[in-house]
Design a protein around this ligand. Structure first.
Ligand SMILES: [Fe+2]
Ligand SMILES: [Fe+2]
Length: 191
């Protein structure tokens, strides 16, 4: 992570995202570090992944489209079907080009933090779980998820996937097509 300078990144991030989102971001980063320590994952990577995970969330779809195109990775029609997911791959792209993050594991974690991914690393699982269970979350059942996240990373991932997939269904939103694959993979890979 030779190019990542924390102070500069914080300054840039504060200018790019809302105060509300900055609060969420800091709580996610804090929890990422805590879970990383618990599960033997690099704490510095966890902190960076947490801090940058929502860096693109305040961009409009149009801004995201333009940015992706500029970087030679135009958004496909398929991707545009899931506007709520877009800020994750875009966030990874921006983490690389705007924040100098060159670590694939961190970039994957940012990219997969909304949907999960088949073959997620422990860092990816930690960010996914921390995003859902950070101290500012108040939904029913969050406390059980917090307890589970300290007992088993894989069981907690499964429970968080269940909640996020269920949430999409409850809201009658289009389910990301790979969600079933991610679920089946997570179910078959509990340690
Ligand atoms: Fe997000
Ligand atoms: Fe988030």
């Amino acid at each position: 992570m030779k190019d990542f300078i924390m102070n500069k990144a914080m300054e840039k991030l504060s200018a790019e995202i809302s105060e509300y989102r900055l609060g969420h971001t800091l709580r996610v980063a804090f929890l990422c570090v805590e879970l990383a320590r618990l599960y033997g994952v690099d704490e510095n990577s966890a902190q960076i992944a947490g801090l940058l995970h929502d860096n693109a969330k305040d961009m409009s779809i149009e801004e995201m489209s333009k940015y992706a195109e500029k970087k030679g990775k135009p958004l496909s029609e398929d991707e545009l079907k899931y506007p709520a997911v877009l800020h994750s791959p875009l966030g990874a792209l921006r983490a690389k080009y705007e924040y100098g993050v060159d670590d694939e594991d961190i970039l994957n974690a940012i990219s997969s933090h909304t949907t999960g991914r088949v073959g997620m690393s422990d860092l990816e699982k930690i960010l996914f779980i921390a995003d859902m269970t950070e101290a500012g979350r108040t939904f029913e059942g969050v406390e059980e998820l917090r307890i589970l996240s300290r007992e088993s990373l894989d069981e907690a991932l499964l429970a968080c996937l269940k909640r996020s997939i269920g949430f999409v269904m409850e809201k009658k939103q289009t389910l990301w097509e790979d969600s079933a694959r991610v679920w089946n993979w997570a179910l078959g890979n509990i340690r």
